[in-house]
Design a protein around this ligand. Structure first.
Ligand code: M6R
Length: 360
């Protein structure tokens, strides 16, 4: 049940630090070394390219995981929108490994791709929250997120759990390959810093709720902007906001705005900028924020401490850049949540949507 929580979504947001810690115990051995099933590690080592297939929030988790997977496993990663790939595969590499990311393990769009992958005889790995789900049974391998049941239609802890699970995979493969980047990366320590960073964001709920009450009460549309990892988080943040609050929202690569979309900015248009710890990127995104403010936008910033300034709105603890999507997304989940509560809408059951999308 949801206990004392008004909605499952808030409970599931709050569970994220413990999901992170549980993943550490699932994917480490008694000596604290990261371990993933040998078969799975070998399957990644044998692949010349990884194709991540998913929909919605799970696809966004795939984007956020691309960098760590590529750098630690030395294997190119391509993302595929499940609903499009069902019509036929693009030109594949010689030794592909398919990773299906799915909270429910039941998404029909992803399954139709898996059926084709199995016909072609390629290996596959399902990363899911539901043991025994269809995508888990039909794929060659499974890794579990172990986030506990996710009831709210808006996915939160599955997103952060998927990124962390793929980080364990990347680290296990990188260690096995003796990749210096992997050997230098203490994932267990970094995940515990992520858990602490999330906890500190969760202690700011009231402030975030007040900020939302100022920024979004009248809004019919809004923008999230960011670059690099923050761009991927912008896409997820915007899906979350529109899915439950019905505010039309776009997640945009900050530098791309000026190529057309900035014409939508008018007086009072809410713009939320995500700025994680990379000085060059931070400076560029801040420049883009100024461009929107100059056209009347009401902008707020969500910034990692190391690059924060006094006038930033939400400041979050630094984490390793490989994992910044996990901690950066949390304030955006809370923004979506409070915007929806403040509109008097049912957070857990947005109109027109089901938890698992089992039709193509
Ligand atoms: O169960 P899956 O992860 O395969 O679901 C994929 C999407 O339908 C899902 O993430 C959807 O986008 C969420 N409702 C977003 O919050």
């Amino acid at each position: 049940g949801k206990g004392t929580y008004p909605y499952y979504m808030l409970k599931e947001i709050d569970e994220q630090p413990s999901v992170m810690r549980k993943l550490v115990s699932t994917y480490t051995d008694q000596e604290g070394k990261v371990t993933v099933a040998t078969d799975i590690v070998k399957a990644v080592q044998a692949a010349d390219r990884i194709y991540i297939i998913a929909a919605g929030t799970s696809l966004h988790a795939g984007y956020a995981s691309k960098q760590i997977l590529e750098e630690l496993t030395n294997t190119p990663v391509e993302l595929g929108l499940a609903s499009e790939w069902g019509y036929g595969m693009p030109l594949l590499s010689e030794k592909p490994l398919f990773i299906f990311l799915s909270q429910s393990g039941e998404t029909a769009d992803s399954r139709q791709v898996l059926v084709k992958v199995n016909e072609l005889g390629h290996p596959s790995l399902t990363v899911t929250n539901v043991p025994g789900s269809t995508l888990s049974r039909e794929a060659t391998y499974t890794m579990l997120i172990g986030a506990g049941p996710e009831i709210s239609v808006a996915s939160t802890k599955a997103y952060t759990g998927q990124i962390a699970t793929l980080a364990f995979l990347a680290k296990a493969v990188g260690d096995a390959d003796q990749n210096p980047k992997a050997l230098d990366f203490d994932l267990v320590k970094e995940i515990s810093l992520v858990a602490q960073s999330i906890e500190s964001t969760l202690s700011e709920k009231e402030m975030i709720s007040d900020l939302v009450a100022k920024l979004l009460p009248e809004a019919r549309n809004a923008f999230y902007i960011g670059r690099k990892q923050d761009y991927f988080v912008s896409m997820e943040a915007s899906l979350k906001l529109k899915e439950i609050s019905y505010i039309q929202c776009e997640g945009f690569a900050a530098g791309e705005l000026k190529h057309g979309t900035i014409s939508l900015i008018e007086n009072g248009t809410p713009v939320i900028a995500l700025i994680s710890n990379n000085e060059e990127v931070a400076a560029h995104t801040r420049g883009n924020v100024m461009e929107t403010v100059a056209r009347g936008a009401s902008a707020i910033t969500i910034v990692e401490e190391a690059v924060a300034r006094e006038d930033d709105d939400i400041v979050i603890n630094n984490v390793h850049p490989y994992l910044s999507a996990i901690s950066m997304v949390v304030p955006t989940q809370l923004i979506a949540y409070y915007a929806t509560v403040q509109r008097g809408l049912d957070v857990d059951k947005p109109r027109n949507l089901a938890k698992a999308v089992t039709v193509e």
